[in-house]
Design a protein around this ligand. Structure first.
Ligand SMILES: [Fe+2]
Length: 248
């Protein structure tokens, strides 16, 4: 499996606080059947001091440590961009980045953001030649109220990444029901751990692979946990499945 949303870098956000914990998170991912993860630190959060060089340095140090300890886990670099109206401009100015080496951009939003603002930011990013992937839409209250907007994003070519914990019921009923409604309509591009530590919101993806295989079909688990993340990292089009509107 490939875990495409992961807060494993040391000391750059609310994820891993030290290198030992980053290594524990890496081992937990390997034990759960993951072969590649993308480090996606939070970035562009209004009012917070941010240093892209610190992220690149943390990435370099962790990569070295994984190879020194011979942990069989590939590491790639991305970013979880907080969606602000100036995010498209900052992307254009190369102050923000997506999944490195690709046109794909992982973007999160305030849980109570105005849906029109979300659409505006996604369209602006798309107009710059990127393909936005919305991080954990099922957790946003504006999506829980109107999940059809994920279908509309899909019709524009945008992706949606659902969290493992939402599907497993760890964030409560709203995210759980919305996550399953989106999977059932083929509106999810990928499922990821969004892991912040080795114990809470864990990186073990084995349980969600089993759940998706039994409740939906093995090919659904393969598409969301393995094939589509691989397409994204190779900068290829992802497999859409058969998206359906909530009004069909
Ligand atoms: Fe995240």
């Amino acid at each position: 499996m490939i875990d495409i949303h992961y807060h494993i870098l040391t000391g750059v956000d609310d994820g891993s606080p030290d290198l030992e914990e980053s290594v524990r998170m890496a081992r937990a991912a390997v034990n759960g059947g993951t072969s590649c993860i993308v480090a996606t630190p939070h970035f562009n959060i209004p009012g917070e001091w941010e240093d892209p060089e610190k992220i690149r340095e943390a990435y370099r140090i962790l990569k070295e440590e994984l190879s020194r300890q011979e942990i069989p886990l590939k590491l790639r670099l991305g970013m979880e961009i907080f969606g602000t109206e100036d995010a498209p401009q900052r992307l254009m100015d190369h102050e923000l980045w997506g999944y490195e080496g690709t046109r794909y951009v992982l973007i999160e939003f305030d849980f109570d953001e105005n849906p029109d603002t979300v659409f505006y930011i996604l369209d602006e990013i798309h107009d710059l030649g990127y393909t936005p992937i919305v991080a954990h839409p099922e957790r946003y209250r504006f999506v829980q109220r109107d999940p059809e907007m994920v279908y509309e994003w899909r019709m524009h070519g945008y992706g949606a990444q659902v969290n493992k914990g939402s599907l497993m019921g760890r964030f409560g009923r709203g995210p759980e029901e919305t996550a399953h409604a989106l999977v059932a309509r083929s509106l999810v591009t990928m499922v990821a751990s969004d892991a912040h530590s080795s114990r809470v919101r864990t990186p073990d993806m084995g349980e969600v692979w089993d759940m998706l295989s039994s409740e939906y079909a093995p090919r659904v688990a393969q598409r969301l946990l393995r094939d589509n993340p691989a397409h994204i990292l190779r900068d290829e089009p992802f497999e859409p499945g058969h998206p359906r509107s909530f009004f069909e």
